[in-house]
Design a protein around this ligand. Sequence first.
Ligand SMILES: Cc1cc2nc3c(=O)[nH]c(=O)nc-3n(C[C@H](O)[C@H](O)[C@H](O)COP(=O)(O)OP(=O)(O)OC[C@H]3O[C@@H](n4cnc5c(N)ncnc54)[C@H](O)[C@@H]3O)c2cc1C
Length: 281
Amino acid sequence: MTAPVLIVGAGIGGLALAQALTRQGVPVRVIENAAVLRPVGAGLILASNALRVLDRLGLGDAVRAAGHPLSGAQLTTDAGRPLQTLSYTASGGAVGLHRAALQRVLAQGLEGQLLLGTTLRALHPQRAGVEVTLSDGTVQRCRAVVGADGLHSSVRALLFGAVAPRYAGYTSWRFVVPRPGPAQATELWGRGCRLGLVPIGPDQTYGYLTVNAPEQPPRSRGRPEPWPKCWPTRRPSVARSPPYSRALCPAPRSSAPISMKFTSAAGARAASRCWATRRTP
Ligand SMILES: Cc1cc2nc3c(=O)[nH]c(=O)nc-3n(C[C@H](O)[C@H](O)[C@H](O)COP(=O)(O)OP(=O)(O)OC[C@H]3O[C@@H](n4cnc5c(N)ncnc54)[C@H](O)[C@@H]3O)c2cc1C
């Protein structure tokens, strides 16, 4: 039997590669650290190049059905005044969807090849292939190993040693709210801060707030991240713009909390103070 290609990480890249190799008749094995594929992450915009690849994998229609079609995007000031409108239609359209929905589609048909709760402990390149030791103690031969285990890749660390990620100068808080937002992807540009709102379903909006800010030391999992200090001073003008207020503010005079799901505990508390309990101005 031909040795499989071992893919480490069942995220977007790992599963897409597994689908592509399987279609070429190359046996694959995908190992994933997480014991369960939980709906982690927030939203994504899949541009036409990604959709073309998914079409070639026969998964384009399923992905489009799992998300919201985007014909364009709008850039506005933080008060909602239009700055630029971009059309996606000439390039074939785009789709906004939850990362978990994309992961579900990409995992279809790979159940037999997916090993959850498992990681790579060691790898030894050989003349033909690679010998790997998995966290469950098994030692096996693979045709090749692909590190698709994300930003903090352990495969990269095994091969090249620890490489610290470089902070790019801004921090993003991401969230998904069960409310309709703008019809198209919209980015509101303030000074040193951007708010993006992307429809990812009929009643679901993905949002991200990106702020130029000094690097903060990483926090331990489960602890709330501080909401950006600049936000309270910038919130008012953004909050008056229609896409923001439609997606994120409760109905006027209502103080009913909106149920929000954040990608990390990041800002969940602070944001719920700002958004879930305030009234539309
Ligand atoms: C703020 C933000 C916004 C973005 N917006 C977009 C967008 O709009 N459109 C777009 O196309 N892309 C977007 N991206 C990029 C996109 O999210 C990434 O390119 C994509 O998720 C990377 O996929 P990946 O498979 O490499 O990693 P991931 O999706 O992170 O998957 C890595 C997988 O490996 C697993 N893993 C980790 N360590 C191990 C281990 N040691 N052993 C086994 N498994 C392990 C993880 O559990 C996970 O399942 C955005 C990224 C960010 C940060």
